[in-house]
Structure formats: structure tokens, C-alpha cells
Design a protein around this ligand. Structure first.
Ligand SMILES: [Zn+2]
Length: 99
């Protein structure tokens, strides 16, 4: 009997739809795996750190950065008052030798 076929077709298209939605949700989550830094320059710094293999974890008042070798770590504050913060943080990161 082929009576089940229409049901199968409906089910698989519903499944495909569900999978498409799930995929959209997962890919959305991947881009949101870390909350974005509100300061544009510092968000760029965090993104660059991730590209270089550093691990970035969001904490209460800062982001923790850990280098690929595991020996270096530093912090990027959420609301630094120093206008040169980003430049100085960058220099410090470059000084680790893991940047
Ligand atoms: Zn290191």
C-alpha cells in the first residue's frame, strides 16, 4: 500500500523545515557564542584574539583572554576609562609572544 506516502512527504518537508530552522538557530548561536563588547575597538580586539587562537570568556566586569600556549592571560574590561586602553592592551598582548 502507498497510502502512507502523502503523509511521508508532509512529514519530511516538515522535518526539512524544522531542520532549516534549527540550522538557522545554531548558526545564529555560533555567531553569538560570546557577547559582543560594547566598545567597537575592543570588540575588534577580542575578535582578533579569537582569530589568533586565544580563548575569550565573558566574566562579570571583563573578558578574560587566554593564549594558545596556556601561559599567558589578560583581561579586557567592559568600561575602561583610559582612552589609550585598547592600544596599551594590544602592546601587552604582542609582548606575550603568543599574539
Ligand atoms: Zn602564551
Amino acid at each position: 500500500m502507498r497510502v502512507y506516502l502523502p503523509c511521508t512527504v508532509v512529514d519530511s518537508s516538515a522535518l526539512a523545515d524544522t531542520m532549516a530552522r534549527t540550522y538557522t538557530r545554531i548558526s545564529g548561536m555560533q555567531s553569538m557564542s560570546r557577547p559582543r563588547h560594547k566598545v567597537k575597538e575592543l570588540e575588534a580586539l577580542l575578535a582578533e584574539a579569537e582569530r589568533r587562537g586565544w580563548r575569550v570568556d565573558k566574566k562579570a566586569a571583563y573578558y578574560r583572554l587566554r593564549c594558545p600556549c596556556g601561559k599567558h592571560q589578560t583581561w579586557v574590561h567592559l568600561t575602561p576609562s583610559n582612552p589609550r586602553y585598547e592600544q596599551e592592551k594590544r602592546q601587552k598582548l604582542q609582548g606575550t609572544g603568543c599574539w
